[in-house]
Design a binder for this molecule. Structure first.
Ligand code: TTJ
Length: 653
């Protein structure tokens, strides 16, 4: 190489350097002009963001396995020091710029990706490489590199080189220290760092990066701050994070489930534990950044969780064939889970750029989690059973809530504007005066209609056995025509909408035949009232009509025998007291249909003459037991009860 050539080359190099320096200044000037573009804002948030841009570099060095400890300090003057024990930023002269690599790190606006060769596989930081941005927005910044037995130091001001990189001493440590003071001209709202805010994120970083030792120290000692220091170090990593989140909760099993795997250069970690809560806490991170809006990693996890639990529950027959699969929401009830992935090229999307967009991550997370979690379930049957039980319970609650919502929606169908066609309403609408007779069978219904006092008595005929509400789903109950008519007529609404104050009648009279069938229908109705109209029962609105058991007819006169324990004796008395001619005829009323409309009025409906038994709920527990006898699966006690009570309405429930 000739001397001339050498000269030219050097001149070329110098030009290149000048050109790149101009670019540098333009770059950093741009940062100072529009800081919001680089750190989001110049408010409190932006100020703290500076710390993370620096700390992220040290985290990368720990992820690469070369640093174990990071110390962060708020200095008395509100400047920040971050120091790690990594390899130290390279200090050698780069061929391209003829400047030390470390200088480039702090003075060239990096578009993203790491400087030099051999960058990091995975890197945190929302904005890629932000050290030059921090430098641009700092009044002063100093970097110390401990490397090769030397301490290298360089100082900057407003992002511009103040002193060239120089060796200022010797050391046997290795690592990097950065000390910066945010420029008060840029951060005109505040330059005061909040210890709590820094500590919270630093703790999170410690959870997310198992084994990392990271400290935070407040060195300020003034009217607003007192010195303090914390060290965060979790050998359990994500497991410790889950335990921390569940600290005050009741957990379903002791140790959080932990799963980790790697595929195509992407690592995925999940730690999870169930609590007795109904809420779930599922947090996801990509490259240590909290993905508030979720994304593909969370999606993959959720899909896998639901599928694996359902598959397991089916295989183990914990879910029966006729039962629906547990939904995603069901299997997440009470779940605390952390999903953390590390990706060489994360794509952040969404409103706040906190949603992971990399499409391949969904399948990878799904696969890694599915395999390991499936294995876990097989190996830990006790825990698995608890997980499935929790999900099953959630499903049941969800289905019940859905029914309740549907009921609310169907409300209009039960409004009094749609009074049932079968109802023969009364003309008064003063509920304290009106009565609703529920009459077994259409023919008795007909007699009751023509026999009643239409001013205050309404008739609703019902046909045959009504639905046993004890054994029917709520959908079925609401679909039942007889029950719908009854609720519509009463006007109280149903389920969550139920309102006793809307009752259109303050007497609801059950009028059934005095036989076993009649008793059965009566108990079915009482069950319905007990379960779905309890306030009406409690209000004392429910009555049972007492049609006569016998009629003793002599000529045109009829004497009736009302039900009661001594009914047979009374019948004998009446019969023996009558003259022999014309011959008295004793009639036994088996059904209401055996009386004509006038008889029904006289004996059973006329307030002047009738007997009615009022149904009251003395105590709910007792009533419950009776209904269980009546409606449960045990046939014998039911038969006994019905037979004993068929004739007498001794219904002090
Ligand atoms: C880069 O690859 C070669 C060996 O050194 C690697 C490196 O730069 N490591 C490194 C950078 N460790 N710590 C940093 C760092 C620390 C702080 C506090 C601030 C910045 C900008 C970088």
């Amino acid at each position: 190489m000739t001397k001339k050539h050498n000269q030219e080359e050097l001149q070329e190099k110098a030009k290149e350097y000048d050109a790149s320096q101009i670019q540098v200044l333009e770059g950093l000037e741009a940062v100072r002009k529009r800081p919001g573009m680089y750190i989001g804002s110049t408010s409190n948030e932006g100020l703290h963001h500076l710390v993370w841009e620096i700390v992220d570099n040290s985290i990368d060095e720990t992820l690469a396995g070369f640093a174990t400890t990071i110390d962060v300090a708020i200095e008395p003057d509100n400047s920040i020091t971050v120091v790690d024990d990594g390899r130290g930023i390279p200090v050698d002269i780069q061929a391209k710029t003829s400047r030390p690599a470390v200088e480039t790190v702090f003075t060239v606006l990096h578009a993203g990706g790491k400087f030099g060769g051999g960058g990091y596989k995975v890197s945190g930081g929302l904005h890629g490489v932000g050290s030059s941005v921090v430098n641009a927005l700092s009044l002063n910044l100093e970097v110390n590199v401990y490397k090769n037995g030397n301490i290298y130091a360089q100082k900057y001001q407003h992002g511009r080189v103040l002193t060239d990189l120089e060796i200022t001493g010797t050391t046997n440590r290795h690592g990097t220290l950065v000390h910066f003071l945010p420029d008060p001209e840029i951060f005109n709202e505040t330059t005061a760092f909040e210890y709590k805010k820094l500590a919270r994120r630093i703790q999170e970083l410690a959870f997310l990066n198992r084994g990392l030792k990271i400290t935070i120290e407040d060195k300020r000692d003034d009217e607003n701050h007192s010195p303090q220091k914390e060290e965060f170090h979790y050998e359990g990593g994500l497991r410790s994070y889950v335990e921390f989140l569940n600290e005050k909760k009741q957990v379903l099993f002791d140790d959080p489930i932990y799963i980790e795997g790697e595929m195509n250069g992407i690592t995925a970690e999940v730690a999870m534990q169930y609590t007795t809560d109904y809420q779930n806490t599922v947090l996801s991170f990509a490259n240590n950044i909290f993905t508030h809006e979720g994304g593909t990693h969370e999606q993959g996890f959720r899909t896998a969780l639901t599928r694996v639990i359902n598959d397991y529950a089916r295989k183990q027959k914990l879910l029966k064939e006729n039962e629906d699969n547990l939904s995603g929401e069901d299997v997440r009830e009470g779940l605390t889970a952390i999903i953390s992935i590390k990706h060489p090229n994360p794509q952040f999307e969404g409103q706040t750029k906190t949603k992971l967009g990399n499409s391949e991550v969904s399948a990878i997370t799904n696969r890694l989690f599915s395999e390991a979690f499936h294995k876990f379930l097989l190996e830990n049957p006790k825990v698995s059973k608890k997980i499935v039980e929790k999900g099953t319970l959630a499903a049941k609650a969800r289905q019940a809530a859905k029914r309740a919502r549907e009921m609310t929606r169907k409300k209009s169908g039960l409004e009094i504007s749609n009074l049932p066609g079968k109802l023969a309403d009364c003309s008064s609408n003063d509920p304290t005066q009106t009565e609703l007779f529920i009459v077994e069978g259409d023919s008795a219904g007909g007699s009751a209609k023509s026999g009643r006092n239409r001013e205050f008595q309404a008739i609703l005929p019902i046909r045959g056995k009504i639905l046993n509400v004890e054994k029917a789903s709520m959908e079925k109950i609401l679909a039942n025509e007889e029950i719908r008519s009854l609720f519509t007529a009463m006007g109280t609404g149903f389920g969550a909408e139920f309102d006793v104050s809307k009752a259109r009648y303050h007497k609801l009279v059950i009028m059934t035949d005095a036989d076993v069938d009649g008793a059965h229908i009566r108990t079915l109705l009482l069950t319905l009232f007990y379960r779905y109209m309890l306030p009406v029962v409690k209000a004392g609105y429910i009555y049972i009509a007492q049609p006569p058991l016998y009629g003793v007819k002599q000529g045109k006169n009829i004497t009736y025998v009302q039900p009661g324990p001594d009914a047979e004796d009374r019948l004998q008395d009446i019969a023996s007291n009558l003259a022999k001619t014309p011959k008295p005829i004793i009639q036994r009323y088996k059904g209401l249909g055996e009386m004509d409309d006038h008889q029904l009025w006289e004996t059973t409906m006329d307030p002047e003459n009738r007997l009615m038994a009022r149904v009251s709920v003395k105590d709910a527990a007792e009533a419950n037991a009776i209904f269980e006898i009546l409606m449960g699966d045990n046939v014998e006690p039911r038969r006994e009860f019905i037979e004993e009570n068929a004739r007498y309405a001794t219904l002090d429930l």
